[in-house]
Write a protein that binds this ligand. Structure first.
Ligand SMILES: C[S@@+](CC[C@H](N)C(=O)[O-])C[C@H]1O[C@@H](n2cnc3c(N)ncnc32)[C@H](O)[C@@H]1O
Length: 276
C-alpha cells in the first residue's frame, strides 16, 4: 500500500498525507485503515487504478466517489451536478446569523444537489421549502439526498426555469446562482471547466445576468418583511451597487466570507449587527 500512496503522491504532485486521504476515500476506508489487511485483490486493484487515472485527468474526486460532505450532511453527487462548495457552507451560516425571523415558506432557485435546501430545512424545521432547478440531473440528485435525510415532507422539488410555474409568496428566497463572468470561464481550473456543468457556473456578461433576474423577479414572490439571500462573486459588488441605485429601493447588504471577501448579498429583512 505504501507504494501506491507514494505513486499517487508523485503522480498528482501532492503530499503523502493527501495521497493517503485520496486512496482511503477511493477504497472507502478510514485514512489509516488502508495499511491494515492491505492486500488488494485483482479486481479492487483494477478499479483503484481506473479511479486514479480519472483523478489524474482532472475529474473531481467527488464525481469519482459520488459523495460530498456539506456541513453535517453526506450527500450523493453525480457528474452533471454542481459540487457544493465551502463558500456555500459559510453562506448557510450567514443566513442563520442574519435572519431574525422564522421563515414559514422558503424558495431556493437552482438547488443542484440540494445542499442549501437540506441545510435550511434543519435550521428552520417548520418551514416548507420549494427548491427548483433547470437541470433534471440536479433534480434527480437532490431528490436522492432529500430522501436520504427524510425531508420529502418538508422540501418539494420543481424542475423549472427560474420562477416559471411558481405561484404564491415566500418569506425567504435563497440562491447560489451561476455567477462566474463569461470572460473568466476560460481561466477556471480544468477540473471545473471540463467536468462541472457550465449551466451551473456561467453568469453571463459581468457574471450578474442571473442575479439581476433573481432580484427583479424575486421581489414579486417575496412577502413583506421577507428576505432574499444570494451568493455572489466579490468582483460583482460595484456593478450590483449601481444596479440597486437605479432599480431597487429595498435595503441591501453585502456580507463577507471567511476570507474577508464580499460574497453574499442580502436584500430586505436582514439583521444588522453592532460590530458591522
Ligand atoms: C452554482 S450552482 C448551485 C447549486 C447548489 N445550490 C449549491 O449551492 O451547491 C447553480 C444551479 O443553478 C441551476 N440553474 C442554472 N440556470 C437555472 C435556471 N434558469 N433556472 C433554475 N436553475 C438554474 C444549475 O443547474 C445549478 O444547479
Amino acid at each position: 500500500m505504501k507504494e501506491i500512496v507514494k505513486q499517487v503522491s508523485k503522480d498528482l504532485e501532492i503530499s503523502s498525507g493527501e495521497a493517503e486521504l485520496i486512496v482511503a476515500s477511493l477504497l472507502e476506508k478510514p485514512r489509516f485503515g488502508i495499511y491494515f489487511n492491505n492486500k488488494l485483490d485483482m479486481e479492487t486493484k483494477k478499479i483503484l487504478n481506473m479511479k486514479l487515472i480519472e483523478l489524474k485527468n482532472g475529474v473531481p474526486i467527488e464525481y469519482i466517489t459520488k459523495k460530498v460532505q456539506f456541513l453535517n450532511f453526506l450527500l450523493c453527487i453525480y457528474p452533471g451536478v454542481f459540487i457544493p462548495r465551502l463558500e456555500t457552507e459559510y453562506f448557510i451560516e450567514m443566513i442563520e446569523k442574519f435572519t431574525n425571523f422564522c421563515p414559514e415558506k422558503i424558495l431556493e432557485i437552482g438547488t443542484g444537489a440540494g445542499a442549501i435546501c437540506i441545510a435550511l430545512a434543519t435550521i428552520f424545521p417548520k418551514a416548507k421549502i420549494i427548491a427548483t432547478d433547470i437541470s433534471q440531473n440536479a433534480i434527480d440528485c437532490a431528490l436522492e439526498n432529500i430522501e436520504r435525510y427524510n425531508l420529502t415532507e418538508q422540501i418539494h422539488l420543481l424542475h423549472c426555469n427560474m420562477f416559471e410555474g411558481l405561484s404564491g409568496k415566500f418569506d425567504m428566497i435563497v440562491s447560489n446562482p451561476p455567477y462566474i463572468p463569461h470572460s473568466r470561464l476560460k481561466s477556471l481550473p480544468k477540473s471545473v471547466k471540463h467536468f462541472e456543468p457550465i449551466l451551473a457556473i456561467n453568469g453571463g456578461e459581468g457574471g450578474i445576468q442571473f442575479i439581476k433576474r433573481l432580484i427583479l423577479q424575486g421581489k414579486d414572490y417575496l412577502n413583506p418583511g421577507g428576505q432574499i439571500a444570494i451568493e455572489i462573486d466579490e468582483t460583482e459588488v460595484k456593478i450590483l451597487q449601481k444596479f440597486f441605485e437605479t432599480n431597487i429601493s429595498t435595503p441591501f447588504y453585502f456580507k463577507k466570507d471567511l476570507f474577508g471577501r464580499f460574497r453574499y448579498l442580502f436584500i430586505g429583512n436582514c439583521k444588522v449587527l453592532d460590530s458591522e
